[in-house]
Ligand binder design. Structure first.
Ligand code: MN
Length: 347
């Protein structure tokens, strides 16, 4: 843990994807049957799981390799450690019993991978949101028994959002264990995906941010963070666009509450932007762009923004070099690449 790289900081990449063979086989079976009811899943994994294109075949190899190839890719780009998370949509395509079993099995496999490369890998626990009590137990097992550093959810679960009280045991567990919940994107839910699909906008190009941003706004205005004030949420992709909206979301939310416009929008203890500033952390996954990173650092705090690559979807060596060249003090750069992640995930 105390190895210091030549540049003066360790590069920890905090949103890096992987998948088990078992889960990939189930995805293929779902695609084969075609009766899963999620057009976003069909679009995403119909491409990456089945397309003969070079892009899809490379990704499929990289995302399943937990040994030499992944380590070689990390070495080639100067990544010291990956924080691993089960790629989207994880176990959330499956009914509760199956999802619970798949989450446990993938967490066991993740712990084995980390044990083989303890200085190169760390990870977050998958869980089945549609079985909240079992999910809470699995998060606790993942953290306490397997040494995982928090939990991970891929936005909606079969069109359901976690602002419903049904999901409270999950937040309760994260708060009690004092570990972060990473809310990673999924393709837009079946209710909203159609206009994205016909122009191939459903995934990382834009749909992920629209879906995940909506999910987070639902959590905030539901009062979730008044109920669980110590909850820590991590968002990728520089906050899915939300940091750009801070001023307008506060103005409009105040007006909605004042007018009593909707029973779904009740008063909050803090402004919406306060929750995003105080309960949330941000990673740069796939957003290696200086003006956007600088904006989020300035608005949310240099101690809340962490580096992520989004391997293997955005495996680009030049982006790491661009991040090395960010206009930061040596201390800020070390926070960005290393010490924020060590503190927030207790690495
Ligand atoms: Mn990602």
């Amino acid at each position: 843990m105390d190895k210091i790289s030549p540049q003066g900081y360790r590069r920890i990449a905090t949103e890096e994807g992987w998948i088990t063979k078992e889960l990939m086989d189930r995805y293929q079976a779902l695609l084969e049957r075609g009766d899963h009811g999620d057009p976003g899943f069909q679009s995403l994994w119909g491409f990456f799981g089945r397309s003969p294109s070079q892009r899809a075949r490379d990704l499929l190899e990289r995302i399943q390799d937990m040994d030499a190839r992944r380590i070689a890719d990390m070495d080639a780009t100067g990544i010291d450690m990956q924080l691993l998370m089960l790629t989207s949509p994880g176990v959330q395509m499956f009914q509760p019993d199956e999802a619970v079993a798949l989450a446990a099995s993938s967490n066991d496999q993740l712990a084995e991978t980390i044990a083989r490369y303890p200085t190169r890998f760390s990870g977050l626990a998958a869980f089945a949101p549609n079985a909240p009590e079992a999910a809470a137990q699995e998060i606790e097992r993942g953290v306490k028994k397997l040494g995982l550093k928090g939990a991970l959810v891929n936005s909606h679960t079969q069109g359901k959002y976690m602002d419903d009280a049904f999901y409270w045991p999950i937040f309760e567990a994260c708060e009690a264990l004092d570990v972060p919940l990473y809310i990673h994107p999924n393709t837009p839910s079946p209710q909203m995906v159609e206009p994205f699909l016909s122009r191939c906008l459903d995934a990382a190009i834009y749909g992920f941010a629209a879906e995940t941003g909506l999910h987070v706004m639902r959590l905030i205005v539901s009062g979730l963070f008044d109920r669980y004030p110590r909850l820590k949420i991590v968002l990728g992709h520089l906050g899915e666009g939300l940091p750009f909206w801070l001023s307008r979301m506060d103005f409009m939310h105040a007006g909605i509450v004042r007018a009593g416009r909707s029973p779904g929008a009740l008063p909050l203890q803090r402004k919406p932007s306060d929750y995003l500033r105080e309960n949330f952390y941000y990673t740069t996954s796939g957003m290696a762009w200086e003006p956007a990173i600088t904006f989020v650092q300035q608005q949310m705090g240099f101690d809340r923004v962490m580096y992520a690559m989004d391997y293997p979807y955005q495996y680009v060596a030049e982006e790491v070099q661009a991040m090395d060249a960010l206009p930061l003090t040596p201390e800020q750069k070390k926070m960005f690449f290393q010490t924020n992640a060590e503190r927030i995930f207790r690495l």
